[in-house]
Design a protein around this ligand. Structure first.
Ligand SMILES: N[C@@H](CCC(=O)N[C@@H](CS)C(=O)NCC(=O)O)C(=O)O
Length: 86
C-alpha cells in the first residue's frame, strides 16, 4: 500500500520521458502523491506557469508552511523525495 504524502503535487503529462522517470521512482518508493496532468487540465498548466515560472515538467509543488516551493528537474525531484520520504 502506498504511503500517502500530503501537501505535494507532481505536475506532469503522460508521454514526457522525464515525468515517466519520476513517476517510476515514486512508485518504487511506494509513495502516493497527487499528480496533476497539465495536458488534461488547463488550470494545472496555468498554475505551473504562474507559480513555477515556466512551462516545464516534471515539477513538484511543495507546500512549506505558508509558502510554496516549485521544484523542477527530474533528478532533483527524485533526490528530494528520497531524502524526505524513502
Ligand atoms: N532536464 C529536465 C527536462 C524536462 C523536459 O525537457 N521536459 C519537457 C517535456 S518531456 C518539457 O517540459 N517541455 C516543455 C513543454 O512540453 O511545453 C528534467 O530532467 O526534468
Amino acid at each position: 500500500m502506498a504511503k500517502d504524502i500530503a501537501g505535494i503535487q507532481l505536475y506532469h503529462f503522460n508521454a514526457c520521458p522525464f515525468c515517466i522517470k519520476v513517476r517510476a521512482a515514486v512508485k518504487l518508493m511506494g509513495l502516493g502523491l497527487e499528480t496533476r496532468n497539465i495536458r488534461e487540465n488547463k488550470q494545472y498548466l496555468e498554475e505551473l506557469v504562474t507559480g513555477g515560472g515556466k512551462r516545464q515538467v516534471p515539477c513538484l509543488r511543495i507546500e512549506e508552511g505558508d509558502s510554496v516551493r516549485w521544484l523542477y528537474e527530474s533528478d532533483d525531484i527524485i533526490a528530494y523525495l528520497k531524502q524526505e520520504y524513502a
